[in-house]
Ligand binder design. Sequence first.
Ligand code: ZN
Length: 144
Amino acid sequence: MSAIFKKELSKEQLEELFNSDDKCYEFLAEIKWSEGFTCKKCGNTNYCSGKTPYSRRCTRCKTEESAAAGTIFHNCKFQVSKAFYIAYNVCKGKEDISTYEYARRLSLRQMTCWNFKTKIRTAIEQMDTLKDNERLSLNKILTS
Ligand SMILES: [Zn+2]
């Protein structure tokens, strides 16, 4: 896992991601549908935009997929930009930031930070046992 976040993101790009949920969803959508959109339900490749930022909605069966679906950011109970901050630092950070420090920096509960940090760590460790699509998403996010 030494190659995580392979392509270096510039300081400016990171600042943008850490400060804007919209940017995070845009980033996720770009990675996720980099090879085009295919509806998970019916296989249709035509879409229009959905209700949430950067989500896509199948034009045939109307199934909507959010940008975060199938990634470690799915069902995240706090702002995705904060989750990005933790994910990036866990994967790429030079220092091991404690969950108390994350809580302080992000104005989150320590337990929330602990849970998410553990989720990422576990995902990295268990990369091989994840379902294919989950692994792909995580891999893509961590290496893009
Ligand atoms: Zn469909």
